[in-house]
Design a binder for this molecule. Sequence first.
Ligand code: PBG
Length: 282
Amino acid sequence: TMPDVYRYTLDKLAPVIDKAIKSKIPMVALFPYTEKKRKNLLGTEALNENNLVCKAIQFIKKRYKNQIGIMCDVALDPYTSHGHDGLVDSGYVLNDKTVGVLTKQALSHAEAGADIVAPSDMMDGRILEIRTILEKNKFYNTKILSYAAKYASNLYGPFRNAVDSADNLKNSSKETYQMDFANVAEASLEISLDINEGADMVIIKPGLPYLDIVTKIKNKFSIPIFSYHVSGEYSMIKSAAQKNYIDEKATVLEAMYCFKRAGCNAVLTYYTPEIIKWLGEK
Ligand code: PBG
C-alpha cells in the first residue's frame, strides 16, 4: 500500500543508513513489523529488550555512533493482537495502565540508544511519566517528541497495512483516544498539557489537511513543531504520479513549501530520500 517503501530485515539495514547519512538526513524514525506469533492482548513484546526495534537501534548506534539520530515510536500497536496503541477493555483503552507500560517501553528505547522517544499513543499523562523515568535513569539528553495532537484519521490506512495492524483493527476504531478531526480547541489543550509535562517538541498529525492547526499552535506556543506527512498522503501522491495524473516532484516540493509556510520546524515524510535527490538537482 506504500509503493517504493519497504520493510527491511536487520541484515539489510546498513545500506539504507549509509545512504541516509550520505544524503545528510539528520534522523531516521524506526517502525517495527512484528510477526503475528509475537503479538498478544497485552503487547508484551514491546518490553522485550531484544525485540526488533531495540536490536535495530543498537545496530545503528554501534556501527554509526552519532552520525545519524534515531527516533522511535512509543506505542503498543505493533505488538497487540487487537492493533490498538494501548491495553483495551470493553472497547476502551485503559489510559493509566497503558501509561505504565509505555514508560517502560520508552526506557528500553533510551537504553538501546534512541536519541528521541516519540509517544504516538495519545494516552493522557504519559509525557510526565516518561520524563520522570528517563531522568531517574540518567537519560538527561534523550528527547521527547510528543505526538500531542494526533487526529483519528483515515490517512493512516497504508501504514497500518505495512505494520500489519489493519486487519486486527477491523470493527474497532482509535476514536476513544485519538482526536476528533472536527475539533480545534482540543489540539491546544493537548499540546499545553504535553508541554507542561516536559515535551521537547510536538507533532501535529496528519500533515497537509491539518496545517491550520500548525499555524494556530505556532502562534500560541514557543515549541518546535513537527508535521507528519503520513502514509495516506504519501500513497495518494505516489499512486497518482504512477498513473501520470500529476507531476510527482513538483507536487511533493509544493507540499514541503506549504509545511514551511504554515510554520513547521520539521517534517517527517516518506518522501525524504527523493526530496533530497530533487533538491540536489536544482
Ligand atoms: C501508531 C502509529 C500510526 C502511525 C504512526 N504511529 C498509526 C495509527 O495511529 O494507527 C501512522 C503513520 C502514517 O500513517 O504514516 N502508533
